[in-house]
Design a protein around this ligand. Structure first.
Ligand SMILES: Nc1ncnc2c1ncn2[C@@H]1O[C@H](COP(=O)(O)OP(=O)(O)OP(=O)(O)O)[C@@H](O)[C@H]1O
Ligand SMILES: [Mg+2]
Length: 286
């Protein structure tokens, strides 16, 4: 199987390389962070004999068994310090633990071991960010704004601006069930960046927007970083990562394998992916 990197992206829409500036104080510290998921009801490790034993049936009193618990270690001993004014890419192949790491930094997943310290509440902008699809875009902007801590007056004032940014037109007054996935993701982006958050985390959320919206959202991300925020950016597009980030963390199977200048880490990652792709296509030919 080949790795899905560098999805179609027009290099002309990418901003010129971001300007580096002196870094501010630390904004996120991950200290030897481990995240292990516990999955119930899996089959791994549970033999048919175990599941059907008379003893199991007796103690479960006829209730359906939840099956054995499987532990999935997704992040293993990751440590780093991110600073204000830094945009950090998180690279890694599918299932390497990128989204898990972001969710842990956002405080949505408790660390199994280790600690995360943040200077402000991070805002996670992900493909699955919560929206209420049966409500109109306008209502979602209001709810999202209130959830971000805006006053109801500020929310009312920002509706127009958010709708303009998301280019919703008259769809603003229709339920989100009538939106295309690109429209929904534009609205999600516009809501999450109503204010310049101190720590913004983006998980593949830009991949669904069209070229012109991507350009606009990249400019907005740059504005946030300029206002001394920290941006974490997960993307399989190395071109956008190189253009937008100053630093990259590369995670493989939950372990941090590289942390440094974005170009150096992206080169190493690209080489790793190419080697893997060649190895697997070689195996397929045999
Ligand atoms: N809710 C969950 N329950 C159990 N295991 C999970 C859960 N979410 C993710 N995992 C596992 O944790 C590991 C890391 O997953 P994660 O989603 O963080 O990877 P990722 O790097 O974001 O991958 P992708 O590039 O595909 O988005 C994978 O092995 C995955 O199967
Ligand atoms: Mg992911």
């Amino acid at each position: 199987m080949t790795e899905d990197i560098d999805f179609e992206i027009d290099p002309s829409i990418l901003p010129k390389k971001v300007k580096r500036k002196p870094l501010g104080p630390p904004s996120v510290i991950a200290d030897d962070l481990y995240i292990t998921y516990r999955v119930f009801g899996g089959r791994r490790g549970g033999t048919a004999k175990q599941r059907k034993s008379l003893w199991d049936k007796a103690i479960s009193l006829g209730r359906p068994s939840t099956g054995p618990i499987t532990h999935v270690p997704a992040v293993k001993g990751v440590s780093f310090v991110a600073h204000h004014g830094e945009s950090v890419a998180i690279l890694g192949t599918n299932g390497s633990g990128k989204s898990t790491l972001l969710r842990a930094i956002a405080g949505l997943l408790p660390p199994t071991e280790g600690r995360v310290y943040t200077s402000a509440e991070p805002e996670l902008l992900g493909v699955n960010a919560a929206m209420l699809p049966r409500l109109t875009g306008e209502r979602n902007i209001m709810i999202g704004g209130l959830a971000l801590g805006l006053s109801s007056k500020e929310v009312r004032e920002s509706v127009e601006h958010v709708a303009d940014f998301a280019e919703l037109g008259d769809f603003l007054y229709l339920p989100m069930t009538s939106y295309s996935s690109g429209m929904a993701s534009r609205l999600r982006f516009a809501i999450s960046t109503i204010r310049s958050p101190e720590i913004l985390m983006i998980d593949e959320a830009l991949a669904t927007g069209d070229a012109s919206f991507r350009k606009k959202s990249m400019a907005r991300i740059e504005e946030i970083r300029e206002s001394a925020g920290t941006v974490f950016f997960v993307s399989h597009s190395l071109a956008s990562v190189r253009a937008m980030c100053t630093r990259a963390l590369w995670i493989e199977k939950g372990v941090l394998v590289a942390d440094g200048d974005v170009d150096e880490v992206a080169d190493a990652y690209q080489e790793f992916v190419d080697r893997r792709t060649n190895a697997s296509s070689g195996a397929n030919l045999k």
